[in-house]
Design a protein around this ligand. Structure first.
Ligand code: COA
Length: 340
């Protein structure tokens, strides 16, 4: 039966949302199912995102999306998904094969997938299509209606001041803020091919404009030392079409200032500030490398619970999809590939 793969059209938003609901219920039962607004919000998300849907007999049966990241021209972050009841019929592979020439034409050499349950169908499929695990991540969620907010009553460590802003970094801090953001390179990246972006003042200002144009409430809490230099920061965003969910962004503390409690103090202040002004918020979400135990512990202290563990997988273009040929008997071969 033929598969009709076309660019996503806004007229199919309801069917696309139904597909997402089916996927969440089947593959991610640990997560709340997305609202229609949240689905719309993911569609308008920042970055260069390309999305196609696949139809069979007029019905939306799968999707593939590609996210192209700043300063990562070699990399395509791809997400393939198929209706649970129509799996093992080659639809997932057809979607991946369809998208590979598109990303190759854009100069990408590596494909990565982010949220894969390695012990589920996503893990079996990605291994059988030439991907290997490059990073393990955890998702942590804070239930804002249930948390004991006394956890957020944290003193600011001596010798530092917490400075906060909405949307626009104050001019006198922007240079050291951009510099501090580079410290995200210290986070464990596993074997992911993704490079941390090149943080410059221009990049900071460009992102501020993008967020403002999208109506996103982006807030930052920074730790500033006695010289007036930003030595740590944390940020989160509330998106207009996803009003119940706060999305945590980067948190960093420069090496020389770690171990003083700045991470907890900054994040606690950010939570106090957002929740005071966004009454509709129900949850805060954050994702971090499983190896990043310091960050995970900070989040636990503030009331976050770890709800899921996911793998990031990657493969070079030319060796993935239906082109993948396992090398039977070599050390690199995956036992799953010999099955059947
Ligand atoms: C991963 C996913 C897209 C696969 O879609 P699909 O249409 O079932 O995939 P295919 O039919 O092309 O599978 C091709 C091969 O992968 C392997 N495979 C796929 N699902 C498998 C499973 N559940 N168990 C074992 N092997 C599996 C098999 O070798 C299969 O070939 P076979 O059926 O001839 O044995 C689908 O399971 C899904 O939507 N999962 C949730 C989202 C996800 O994890 N996406 C991956 C992130 S990029």
């Amino acid at each position: 039966m033929t598969l009709d793969i076309r660019p996503f059209d806004e007229a199919e938003i309801d069917e696309y949302h139904e597909l997402r609901l089916a996927l969440y219920r089947h593959d991610f039962p640990e997560l709340p199912t997305p609202t229609r607004e949240a689905t719309v919000s993911t569609l308008s998300r920042h970055g260069d995102r390309l999305l196609w849907t696949a139809r069979r007999d007029q019905r939306v049966v799968g999707k593939v999306s590609v996210l192209l990241l700043d300063d990562n021209e070699h990399l395509a972050v791809v997400d393939v998904a198929v209706l649970p009841e129509l799996r093992r019929q080659g639809i997932g592979t057809a979607l991946l094969d369809f998208v590979l020439p598109h990303v190759r034409d854009r100069g990408c050499t590596v494909v990565e997938g982010g949220y894969v349950k390695l012990d589920g169908p996503g893990g079996s499929w990605t291994r059988n299509r030439g991907f290997r695990e490059v990073q393990s991540t955890i998702l942590q969620i804070l239930e804002l209606g249930e948390v004991d907010r006394a956890r957020w009553a944290v003193d600011t460590p001596e010798g530092y001041e917490l400075v906060r802003w909405r949307g626009h970094v104050p001019d006198e801090l922007v240079a050291s803020y951009a510099e501090a953001r580079r410290a995200i390179a210290d986070a464990p990246w596993g074997e992911s091919a993704e490079h941390p972006p090149d943080w410059t003042v221009e990049r900071v200002r460009r992102i501020e404009v993008e967020r403002r144009e999208q109506g996103i409430d982006l807030r930052t809490v920074a730790a500033v030392d006695t010289h007036g230099t930003v030595v740590g920061l944390t940020e989160a965003e509330a998106r207009p079409k996803d009003p119940t969910r706060l999305m945590q962004g980067d948190t960093v503390v420069l090496k020389a200032h770690r171990g003083h409690g700045l991470g907890v103090a900054m994040k606690a202040e950010l939570l106090r500030w957002f929740t005071a002004e966004h009454g509709a918020l129900e949850q805060a979400w954050t994702r971090t490398a499983a190896a990043n135990t310091y960050m995970a512990d900070v989040n636990h202290r503030l009331g976050f619970a770890t709800v899921g563990r996911y793998g990031a997988v990657a493969g070079p273009i030319g060796t993935i999809g239906s082109e993948f040929r396992p090398i039977v008997g070599s050390d690199g071969g995956n036992p799953d590939c010999y099955a059947g």
